[in-house]
Ligand binder design. Sequence first.
Ligand code: NAP
Length: 641
Amino acid sequence: MSAAHDTRKLEKSDTIEEALKDAHIPSLMMVLVHLTGDTSHLTPDVKPVYDFWGDGQGGIAPEKQAKIRAAVKDAFDAFLDGKKLPPPPSDATMRKMMDFISGAEIPERYVPFLKEELGISVSDTREPKWDTPKLKDIAHKMKVIVIGSGMSGILTGIRLQQAGVPFEIIEKNSDVGGTWFENAYPGCRVDNPNHLYSFSFEPNHEWPQHFSTQDVLLSYFRRTADKYGLRKHIRFETEVKEAAFDEKSGLWNVRLRGKNGKEETIAANAVISAVGQLNQPKIPDIKGRDSFKGVAFHTARWRHDVDLRGKRVAVVGTGATAFQVIPAIADQVKELLVFQRSAPWLGPTPDYHKDVSPGKKWLLEHLPFYDKWYRFYLFWTMTDGILEMVRVDPTWNDMSKSVSPANDMLREMLTEKIKEQAPNRPDLLEKVIPNYPFGGKRSVRDNGVYIAALAKPTTQLVTAGIREITPKGIVTDDGKEHDVDVIIWGTGFYASDFLRTFRIVGKNGVELHDRWKGDARAYLGMTIPDFPNFFCIYGPNTNIVVNGSIIFFSEASVRYIVNCLKLLAETGKKTMEVKSDVHDAFNTKVDEANRLMAWGQEGFTSWYKNQTGRVSQNWPYLLVDYWERTVAPDPKDFVLN
Ligand code: NAP
């Protein structure tokens, strides 16, 4: 139980009664077991059902909910009065609780993984432990360069610090935050539930919304960097230009360029890239692109100095970014022209813009164990169940619209939800119902504001292709000229050009991009033959499409990488390099698996595929697969020198 949960200091009050009105009932039922030791209320008649887009109360009847609230109130009052907590639940009880809150029997294989994620008795289950004098001594003598101080770079800094390994973080921007620093476009917000989209060891009970806005996310990452004293380890406004491995010394030489243009080379035992996949803005090379005389900018370089009020504004693209921009600016502009090449799938999310109620915040902060189980619930409901719905059934006859019976059913359900939003606009519906399978591209969270913005009389949804940009605007393939004052490029990023901003030279002078030739691959997304002690976070094939939060992936990757360094320290070796056959076999399997996912099908574009058409971005397996494979490196996978 965290210090925040030392609720005995609180005066007994009616606060809990009020707060319980807003409670997530399945989480409350878990709390009740911890407070009373009694599991008798976990009976089949109140077993929550997994309700994908429901109210999260698992279909538990209102009268049962009232009983549970009352029981929790009594147990909490007794706790405040000084009643001792019963012994922690046994493993068997914990298992029963996990099954119960998930509304289904959790496969045995998930149990250790979920117990770690839940972290009931330990606040940070993934903290590295380099606790022998020998390890501590070797740790002190290491030096690691981390590139980037976004979510993953901050996490890496925290873990290296905990391990006692000296490190420096090189950051091109003037502050931490990465994508949350750079993407400040109107409407920008996270679309993973915030109580899940946060470090497992740094819960925030004060998220203002279930899906908070960019400024809030940026503050969270800034605060975390401050709390762990990371800033003194970060060189801001400094770019890595090259990292080159010196075979003689077994060290990496990392060439930096500071804000004054001054260059410096520093040596390190290991380099960890935490540069992300989605931060090199891509503006398509359309004929006449630079001839436009109005204002044009990319969403990740938002021009806050440009007043859109009263203007004719074009937004090109309808991906996850444009999807958020469009409703945020539709009311301001005189006319909005949205240029859509393909429509996004919309996943109904009623609380997408909703505030977290004061009661919910109170429970997260004060009611013992509530925050842990609420996060667990979010984690589980967003974990691997839905992956099955985007997996190809090879016997399914038409892959162009859906990839399996389950995927087809989902298509039907989502289509109905879209149709409900504009019943009187068949012209619009014809355009906004996607013509590719769900899971083929990134889907978005919908609470109705997007279709409402498109349906406004001042908005036009243009689906003809873009032929040319002229000084006055955009000309489409049908020859129509669309004069505009502003063009906003919501056209995404050079996602599959991994690590494109710097040279990486490994053994025998091989340069990584020359090796990859536009088709990036790595072992577990992290390590590459001929590049000893060079590691990537959010590297090739570590993106997830429908299951889970990318923070989970970063936590798993960083643990693996820090354990690689630990392996070096334990064995007294200087370098480790993944074996080619291990790397190649892994990639062959990943490719086979990706071809059996919705996003691996042909006939539509997405940033998940690279220029060769291979899916270089996505992890096609379960989260538990990644977790199992990244707890620690298998020494047999590497050559240690
Ligand atoms: P994106 O998903 O790559 O979308 C780019 C859009 O531009 C697509 O609609 C694409 O159409 C269109 N496009 C590209 N080239 C075009 C051209 N020549 N003519 C017309 N249209 C063109 O980029 P994004 O929207 O910036 O999102 C990238 C990723 O960032 C997301 O998938 C997500 O992972 C992340 N993101 C997350 C959040 C969040 O968590 N809240 C928010 C925003 C972004 P096609 O689809 O036809 O290619």
